[in-house]
Design a protein around this ligand. Structure first.
Ligand SMILES: C[S@@+](CC[C@H](N)C(=O)[O-])C[C@H]1O[C@@H](n2cnc3c(N)ncnc32)[C@H](O)[C@@H]1O
Length: 886
């Protein structure tokens, strides 16, 4: 029931340097600051005129903003006290119950900024809790109604607050966004409040870019607390907006009076000729309100026949899936939900993650060469892992004994980057040039014979100081910046290819480093990411678990690989590694495949039943994080109590589960919470289990055939849902394919709109809803996927083992830029030396496909990407599903 007004695009905004801004008013002791670019009124008149004359005979609309003049705001306040209007009461219930918990998450010295604050009686519950917590916080209420700001501040006891300083900001959401970016404000920790399910007044596709704007204006670790109505009970929603006392209808009709004032014509809308109509549109999950004339009328020269509906307000409701998609599209992570006892209204605490990778090809691989923004996200990820997840004293440790010490990788990444830029630009290496000697190539052991490792850079007696490595890294990154600003990235194919190569090389190392770190008991959890509630997740996945079905995969001709001539003079095609080229086709006969991969639970059963005792390297015999132990014992008592959760496994399996843990970046968590995750094990281990289960691991061609079958089926489904004119872009539907009236307009998701040639969808898959690219910092359950065949990268955060040995394909040619790529142990692997011949074709490596939770979307989504590991390599995050012949 809230409104939304955007300042027209292109409106000039002032540059805000820092507070204090000139106070333009005060309410009691509260300063109210004008953050508008100028004293102009918001241009509703244009919106009224435009809305009455829709293009292409579309639906007429009036701006929702009309509802909120002074009378409207009073009427709205009355609505919030109505019994039927459950939203305010729900939010009050949540605030009263959780205000102290919320206050605990507000950092001292921070700014709490509330968007569209309206009446402050609700937020005051939180302000009081912050007072109780003794935290010095500056609260800023943003509203475009100055009288409302003055009136409501005078109604709450701000003068008595010792810790919370209150301010009003007179302006729109957009002005508040600019204000947030001002220097002094920018540095402070922030919590943004957006209460009252106000996001429901935006069209669904408008919310992610709106939130992304605020995400960009805050810092990693800052929070947003967003009220969302998830009630889809048609009756309840209808009555909330169509109360028996008719207050809401008066509120809607008051919008017409406001319009008359703005149009400077008291009789433009004659009130007695109009009625308000409310309707719950179940399909789109929204309530919408209209004004409609009781007889034929003419307004501002526009004829409106009796009964025509003019939309004035919408209130979208969000299911759990819609909420999750929203966070994903907005690049936010949900930390927790403070919900009502009925669970249909929640205050969602979301945070800006330290970095964010999109799931959509048009965003994650908009062009063959990664953009500077792509680099910045990757660097943020690299820094998050290297600078915060490895304790300083562990930098010289080797979490995987046969590999290099951690600090090697910190030097290796910028060195490799620098070497390739130097080569592509015929430039000189960044100093200190001797880094090339020690950081070019890592140790890459043969698992069977550790003595026999591939050529690697010399190991210095003393590694350079961390500080020097970081300074070097900074200089090399600066070099990348300069390449982008000089436009060499587009015009010079050598530079373009080099940048692509080093980018993907870094993404692969990011994952390698993480799977190394996870073997260390000292890994520090990722920054700004609270430890997930693994027990609750396990409980939920158990409730949703379904039988793992066999699917028939029809005979098919599939294409493997891509066209990417290395000497091409343009950069107008996607690049691929040596083993992805040239394109070739394969005929795959029909076979059967299980929907989802083998789980930890199934693997545990296999161990028991076959009397095996060796556990995979992804498990541990002991917990090694105090927090997990504590949580585990707490959770046990809950789970053995009323819920009686036992993961449906029998007694003997309980025995092996007991005392076993699964390694995560949050520490080792009890295996019983990860029973429904895909098992991570070496090919040799998992092949034994597959055989025991009555199947085999599919070949590379079979796995590709599964992926393309899933894609074809999805497109068919999509085409079916598509119907008439549902807004959709590149196989993702807006509004879940529910047609809206009027149509939502162009797709406005996040930073899309990037025009790119070639078409990213030709090579890259949509990763929507798939656990790759750090959607989660851990695997997720696959038990609920038993009825839907898992496609590319959809194994709950694991690569997929194939039974195919890595071999030179016909037409294989080593890349001149990197001749040793497919040739020297497990990728990306402590790098393949620039000049070494390929040597991974030793018959010991098997192909893995897809991607893990830590795989960059450019790799996880590329339909031609090939990865490989030694069959007995135990650390790679790969699982497997079984197939059988027909
Ligand atoms: C109906 S109220 C909601 C008030 C409060 N957040 C709540 O949950 O009760 C919507 C408030 O947002 C303000 N508002 C609406 N659109 C706005 C915009 N674009 N910029 C600033 N304030 C806006 C209105 O003036 C109004 O006070």
């Amino acid at each position: 029931m809230f409104m939304y007004a955007r300042v027209p695009a292109g409106t000039k905004l002032p540059t805000y340097d820092s507070t204090p801004h000139p106070a333009m008013a005060s309410s009691g002791t509260t300063e109210i600051i004008d953050i508008r670019p100028g004293p102009t009124e918001f241009d509703i008149l244009q919106d009224i005129k435009k809305g009455l004359r829709p293009a292409n005979g579309g639906e007429k609309t009036l701006p929702t903003l009309l509802l909120y003049d002074e009378t409207g705001l009073r009427l709205f306040e009355k609505i919030t006290y109505l019994e039927e209007y459950y939203l305010t009461n729900a939010e009050i219930e949540v605030l009263e119950k959780y205000a102290d918990d919320i206050a605990e998450r507000v950092k001292p010295g921070s700014i709490v900024l509330e968007l569209g604050s309206g009446n402050l009686r609700k937020v005051n519950i939180l302000l009081q809790a912050i007072e109780r917590a003794g935290k010095d916080v500056d609260y800023y209420a943003v509203d475009l109604s100055l009288p409302e700001l003055k009136r409501t501040f005078s109604e709450i006891p701000t003068a008595g607050y010792k810790h919370v300083r209150c301010f009003g900001l007179y302006g729109t959401y957009d002005h508040a966004l600019e204000w947030l970016k001002s220097s002094k404000v920018h540095e402070k920790p922030k919590t943004i409040l957006w209460l009252g399910s106000s996001l429901g007044n935006f069209k669904r596709h408008e919310v992610p870019p709106f939130l992304a704007g605020f995400r960009d204006a805050i810092n990693p670790g800052d929070n947003m607390l967003i009220g969302i109505d998830s009630c889809k009970d048609a009756d309840r929603v209808y009555h909330a907006y169509n109360d028996k006392d008719d207050v809401t209808h008066q509120f809607i009709l008051n919008g017409l009076k406001h319009a008359n004032r703005i149009m400077d014509d008291d009789s433009a809308f004659k009130l007695d000729e109009w009625e308000a109509i409310g309707e719950f549109d179940e399909q789109a999950g929204r309530h919408h309100a209209f004004v409609s004339p009781l007889k034929d009328v003419v307004v501002d020269g526009v004829s409106i026949p009796q009964g025509e509906r003019i939309r004035i307000e919408e209130s979208y409701k969000y299911s759990r899936d819609e909420v999750l998609r929203l966070w994903h599209e907005a690049g936010l992570v949900e930390n927790t939900i403070f919900g009502t006892s009925l669970g249909n209204y929640g205050l969602h605490l979301v945070a800006k993650p330290p970095f964010y990778f999109s799931s959509y090809p048009e965003q994650y691989a908009a062009k063959p060469v990664p953009s500077l923004a792509d680099w910045q996200q990757l660097w943020a990820a690299w820094d998050a892992v290297t600078r915060t997840m490895i304790p300083e004293d562990e930098l010289l440790a080797k979490p995987i004994k046969l590999r290099n010490v951690c600090i090697f990788y910190l030097g290796h990444i910028p060195t490799f980057l620098d070497m390739h830029i130097t080569r592509a630009t015929d430039g000189s290496p960044t100093e200190p040039a001797y880094f090339t000697k020690i950081f070019e190539r890592g140790i890459d052991p043969d698992v069977e014979n550790p003595e026999k490792c591939h050529t690697h850079s010399e190991i210095p007696e003393i590694w350079p100081a961390l500080e020097d490595i970081l300074k070097f890294q900074e200089r090399v990154r600066q070099r990348v910046h300069e390449l982008y600003t000089s436009a060499s990235t587009d015009s010079n194919p050598r530079v373009a290819r080099a940048l692509w190569l080093v980018f993907e090389h870094e993404t692969m190392h990011l994952e390698t480093l993480l799977y190394m770190l996870i073997q260390s008991e000292k890994v520090v959890p990722p920054p700004g990411t609270p430890t997930p509630d693994f027990a609750a997740q396990a409980h939920q996945s158990e409730a949703l678990a379904v039988e793992n079905q066999w699917f028939h995969i029809p005979e098919a001709n599939i294409t493997l690989g891509l066209e990417d001539p290395e000497d091409a003079a343009s950069t107008n095609h996607y690049f691929g590694w040596d083993n992805e080229k040239p394109p070739r086709s394969a005929h795959v006969t029909g076979f059967q495949a299980k929907a989802r991969p083998i789980t930890n639970g199934e693997y545990a059963e296999y161990l028991i039943k076959t009397g095996k005792t060796a556990i995979p390297a992804s498990w541990s015999d002991r917990p090694y994080d105090a927090q997990s132990i504590e949580q585990a014992s707490k959770r046990d008592s809950v789970m053995n109590g009323a819920n009686g959760h036992s993961n449906g496994v029998n007694g003997s399996i309980q025995n092996i589960i007991h005392g076993k843990y699964v390694r995560t970046v949050f520490g080792a968590i009890p295996l019983r919470y990860a029973l429904n995750w895909s098992v991570v094990a070496s090919y040799d281990e998992i092949a034994g289990c597959a055989q025991w289960m009555g199947g085999r691991i599919p070949t590379l061609e079979e796995v590709r055939s599964i992926y393309s079958y899933v894609e074809r089926e999805k497109s068919k489904e999509f085409a079916k849902t598509l119907g008439k004119t549902i807004p959709a872009v590149n196989s993702h539907l807006l509004n879940d394919g529910v047609e809206e009236s009027p149509p939502s307009g162009p797709f406005l998701n996040g930073n899309s709109g990037v025009s790119s040639s070639p078409d990213p969808h030709s090579i890259f898959a949509s990763l929507e809803g798939v656990n790759v690219g750090f959607q989660h910092w851990h695997p997720v359950s696959v038990a609920e996927k038993g009825k839907q065949l898992c496609g590319q990268s959809d194994l709950g955060g694991m690569w997929e083992w194939t039974s195919t040995t890595l071999e030179k394909q016909d037409g294989f040619e080593p890349m001149s830029l990197y001749p040793g790529y497919t040739g020297s142990s497990s990728p990306p692997m402590p790098i393949r030396v620039l000049t070494a011949p390929a040597d991974f074709f030793d018959g010991k490596h098997n192909v893995v496909l897809g991607g893990s939770w830590a795989t960059h979307p450019r790799i996880a989504g590329r339909k031609t990407f090939v990865n490989w590991y030694q069959r007995n390599y135990p650390y790679v995050w790969a699982g497997a599903r079984i197939v059988r012949d027909e």
